[in-house]
Design a binder for this molecule. Sequence first.
Ligand SMILES: O=P(O)(O)OC[C@H]1O[C@H](OP(=O)(O)OP(=O)(O)O)[C@H](O)[C@@H]1O
Ligand SMILES: Nc1nc2[nH]cnc2c(=O)[nH]1
Length: 175
Amino acid sequence: MMIIKDKEFVPFISEETIDQRLKTLGAQISSDFQNEKPILLGVLNGSFMFLSDLAKYIDIPAEFSFVKLSSYSGQSSTGKVKDLIGLDSDLKGRKIIVVEDIIDSGLSMNHLLESIQSREPLQVAVVTLLYKPDAIKYPVKIDYVGFEIPNKFVVGYGLDYDGFGRNIPSIYQLK
Ligand SMILES: O=P(O)(O)OC[C@H]1O[C@H](OP(=O)(O)OP(=O)(O)O)[C@H](O)[C@@H]1O
Ligand SMILES: Nc1nc2[nH]cnc2c(=O)[nH]1
């Protein structure tokens, strides 16, 4: 059991289980993108640990870059519109692999994909460590999923609760 601020969390996915899954994902991505020189685009803050560990199992030439979604700017039919900030790579004509820690409602990934598409990449694939199929409100085509999980709040391995818990090396679930 672990307490972060006012909430209790219980162990959910171990370091060993994550590591094994990342080995498989890395091998799949390496095989699918051989000779393609993809750009792996991590979405901060949550993806920092996932992308860093996954990168070690990617054994093809690839570039690595990070972006962040601003908290919001303006409104759209889907609610808050988030802008893509910090992009320092030219995506035009490139194969992009977007790397997220979690897809929950799908809102963030939908906004992200719209922003990325406007930069005219050749192809966009999505990899997420965690996916909550029961929480999805804005459907997303996901190419690689680490783990499908129930609709319960999780922390650790990059994911925070109110800013804390990102440095926990495994994943915990709200009790
Ligand atoms: O599918 P959704 O319902 O949109 O939720 C998923 C998003 O929520 C988290 O980001 P958050 O905004 O907490 O930022 P962080 O990565 O800095 O923790 C996560 O990293 C995803 O980007
Ligand atoms: N930490 C954390 N962030 C999220 N963002 C969307 N879903 C989640 C979740 O379950 N945990």
